[in-house]
Design a binder for this molecule. Structure first.
Ligand code: HEM
Length: 468
């Protein structure tokens, strides 16, 4: 009935092999042959794929193409749409107001964690230097840093760091991020989704989250409720992100935080852990491996490393010194532009929508293929496909600045609110690594594990860190 009533874009059949192993070429070729929009079935779901000419309209017109529905449904978290309040809006305000609104303070809290973790890592990895995979160090450092920022230092035991690593991976599994890697998931997507849902909800989240960090954080929220007035007056600036955010749910008269609000805040905690740890860790690994390929850049990058007194008077890399490292920023922007994001930002139509002479039915997934924008010669010149580390130097285009030609952090109203923190963390980790060692990539190459999902699945490679 739909097909008869609507003028749908061309339907293109792509094999699983093409979708999962040759993603970029398969979708780009299909668009070249059929116009700026096509329909492709992937894992039993019809998706509308658009090229760079339609990407800005799809990503920024939130009235027709919903970010919230698109992202939550694509992540298999559609149940969150049925709550009376918006999960994404709450998460967005938490990140904007409490983390990014006070970014200097946020950075000063996590900087010592990276310093310690990277020093320990180099002590082990660089004496004597030997091939090593950075994945574990990056995930541990990210998990501890975010625990410190979100909940406070007292939550950073090794067990909790381990639990956060698991939570980030388990929510990613729930969200289907690793589906592409499993032949079972690709062949039986609905059954696989139902089973991983049960596993994550009934085992992983209770085990790693509720019975550990969750109960403790809930107890603290309850204590805040009892001593609310006192806590809000005396310790507001000293609170970690979550508890500082919780103060806005506090009844100004009684100091009480309602039980439903406390549970809501715990849900946000889970969402924040997932949003902040996993993707940043993955992009950090991309950046480290790309840098290890190019030791010739180290000399000029090291010149930018300038420590200064932080808010506590200790000499370290502060937010200002990290922000001023422009060469490193350009390098990171180039890593993010060229790493090959394909179907990453997702939208869902709110009604039947007309675009480029075609109709897209209400309730459809619409997804731009990012490589057509990120590697486009019209936008980036004839060398668009080359990796040029200094490409962005002096052009006032920091790694966090999104546009129709660069949207690894999304575009429009919902562009990633945590991107200033993410890029700062990546810069911080790289500055600490290269101020004490020279990384070189073993075999001059690394493996792209999932070409369909480069932002959420880390590449695999070995690096040798030689002490300087
Ligand atoms: C390199 C690391 C990161 C990448 C590549 C990334 C990428 C993205 C992308 C692509 C979106 C969807 C935007 C859209 O479709 O227009 C998004 C949304 C979001 N990100 Fe990130 N992100 C990163 C790190 C972070 C961090 C560190 C935080 C939190 C501190 C965070 C919090 C969020 C939240 C809450 C949203 C939901 C949208 C909103 O609230 O506006 N992200 N991110």
């Amino acid at each position: 009935i739909e097909e008869g009533r609507l003028n749908l874009p061309p339907l293109v059949e792509l094999s699983d092999e093409a979708i999962f192993h040759d993603t970029r070429r398969a979708y780009e070729k299909a668009l070249q042959a059929n116009g700026s929009i096509i329909r492709v079935k992937r894992k039993n779901r019809m998706e509308y794929i658009v090229d760079h000419t339609l990407a800005p309209e799809v990503l920024t017109n939130d009235a027709d193409y919903s970010f919230e529905r698109g992202t939550l449904l694509a992540l298999n978290l559609g149940f969150l749409l049925h709550f009376p309040r918006s999960f994404i809006r709450s998460l967005d305000s938490l990140v904007h107001e409490v983390i990014i609104g006070d970014i200097e303070n946020s950075l000063s809290r996590i900087s010592p964690v990276f310093e310690r973790r990277i020093q320990e890592f180099l002590r082990h990895a660089a004496s004597p230097p030997r091939p090593i995979d950075v994945t574990e160090m990056v995930h541990d450092a990210m998990s501890e840093a975010m625990l410190t920022l979100i909940l406070g230092e007292e939550y950073t035991s090794e067990d909790n760091v381990e639990a956060v690593n698991h939570i980030a991976v388990e929510v990613a599994t729930l969200a289907g991020i690793f589906e592409n890697l499993s032949p079972w998931a690709r062949s039986f997507p609905s059954t696989w989704r139902a089973l991983s849902w049960l596993k994550v909800m009934c085992f992983s989240i209770p085990y790693y989250f509720i019975f550990g960090i969750g109960i403790r954080a809930f107890k603290k929220l309850s204590d805040m409720s009892i001593n609310g007035e006192l806590m809000s007056k005396t310790t507001k600036n000293k609170q970690s992100v979550l508890f500082s955010y919780a103060l806005r749910y506090m009844d100004p008269e009684t100091g009480d935080i309602k039980i439903l609000d406390r549970l809501w805040i715990l849900g946000l905690l889970l969402g924040l852990i997932f949003a902040s740890v996993h993707q940043t860790a993955v992009v950090m690994i991309w950046a480290i491996l790309e840098l290890a390929k190019r030791p010739e850049l180290l000399e000029t990058l090291r010149e930018e490393i300038i420590t200064e007194a932080d808010v506590n008077g200790a000499q370290r890399l502060t937010y200002a010194s990290i922000r001023n490292a422009e060469r490193l920023d350009s390098f990171i922007r180039e890593v993010m532009r060229t790493k090959g994001d394909t179907l990453s930002a997702v939208r869902h139509t709110m009604r039947d929508v007309q675009i480029a002479g075609y109709d897209i039915p209400s309730g459809s997934f619409v997804i731009p293929i990012a490589t057509l924008s990120h590697l486009n010669e019209e936008y980036h010149g004839t060398d668009a496909k080359e990796f040029i580390p200094d490409r962005w130097l002096g052009r006032s285009k920091p790694a966090v600045m999104v546009s129709p030609s660069y949207y690894p952090f999304g575009l429009g109203r919902w562009a990633c609110p945590g991107r200033v923190l993410a890029v700062s963390e990546i810069k911080l980790a790289i500055m600490l690594l290269i101020s004490h060692s020279t990384p070189t990539l073993v075999g001059d190459n690394y493996e792209v594990v999932d070409p369909l999902n480069v932002t959420s699945v880390a590449p695999r490679g070995q690096v040798i860190f030689s002490k300087i």
